[in-house]
Design a protein around this ligand. Structure first.
Ligand code: SAM
Length: 283
């Protein structure tokens, strides 16, 4: 592993993102993760079981939380399904890893090594503690590093993913760094929200999402331009928008709703925003 001379937080913008995540203790993230110790900061996929809304009032909340968590874990499974051939000897990178749930799942599935990077020291500490509790801290490690300049060796990664973390960075810079770290034939996967070029710029609902998370949602076209420029050739593009809407409908009815549910549902339903999976090979 090499190190980088650059400070981890390079810009006022990155400092504000780090501060947001260092202070974040949102029940929608923590209570769901408490269900089984897999902490996700991403959204869900698939239909929810409507029976969770019925039954005794006293346990309704608990049922909804468990169901939302199941859908968020299902989302990470879909991402891992696209990583291609990965074995125990391989090393992967979880870029913008949050509290680390997807990295743990990758290690459980493939037995591989995983390094997660986040610009939030709190998240990194939290995630390392989870890996320690599970006894996988020799294979899954989290680092306070910038995904635009990780310091990991060139051609050291069989696969890299961004699970809902591309909207904080310039895609050209990000994909150049990914291309450097991937072996030839290595796989890159992202699941992300992107706005629809066809509808002409950021809709109001998309702007509200940006403002809520202090992020800069990219247009769909930008992903493909930046991949093309950085030797990443798409092999699969899946529109997951229809599959994520039920999660948002359930979340809007839950006690852990944060107020951003309406803009997401509006943006998806009006077609100004997509929930996309893109998998690409490093050539
Ligand atoms: C919405 S969360 C997603 C977390 C995780 N991928 C998941 O699925 O649970 C966004 C993450 O991106 C990270 N992030 C944002 N900009 C970053 C950067 N330049 N380098 C590394 N991590 C970054 C944040 O610290 C946060 O962990």
């Amino acid at each position: 592993m090499t190190t980088t001379d650059q400070p981890v937080l390079r810009t006022p913008y990155q400092r504000s993102i780090a501060s947001y995540w260092n202070n974040e203790k949102d029940p929608v993230n923590l209570r769901l993760g408490d269900v089984d110790g897999l902490y996700h900061h991403h959204y869900g996929l698939g239909d929810y079981d409507p029976s969770v809304l019925e039954g005794p009032e006293s346990t309704r909340d608990e049922r909804i939380i468990a169901e939302m968590h199941r859908l968020e874990t299902a989302q990470a499974e879909v991402l891992l399904d696209h990583l291609g051939q990965v074995g125990p000897e391989d090393a992967l990178l979880d870029a913008g890893c949050g509290r680390g749930g997807t990295s743990i799942m990758a290690n459980l599935r493939f037995g591989c090594e995983v390094d997660g990077v986040s610009i939030s020291q709190q998240q990194v500490d939290f995630a390392n503690e989870q890996a320690r509790k599970r006894g996988v801290d020799d294979r899954v490690r989290y680092h306070f590093r910038n995904m635009l300049d990780t310091g990991f060796e060139s051609a050291s990664r069989r696969a890299i993913w961004n699970n809902e973390s591309t909207m904080y960075v310039d895609l050209h810079e990000l994909f150049a760094e990914h291309a450097r770290q991937l072996v030839q034939g290595g796989r890159y996967v992202t699941i992300t929200g992107c706005y629809n070029d066809l509808t002409g710029g950021r809709s109001r609902a998309v702007s509200q999402i940006d403002q809520h998370y202090i992020c800069n949602i990219h247009p769909r076209s930008e992903y493909f331009k930046a991949m093309q420029a950085n030797n990443l050739v798409p092999i699969a593009v899946t529109d997951l928008t229809a599959a994520t809407i039920p999660y948002w409908e359930l979340r809007a009815k839950s006690s852990v709703a944060t107020g951003i549910e309406d803009p997401f549902l509006t943006a998806y339903r009006e077609g100004s925003f997509h929930y996309l999976l893109i998998a690409a090979d490093r050539v």
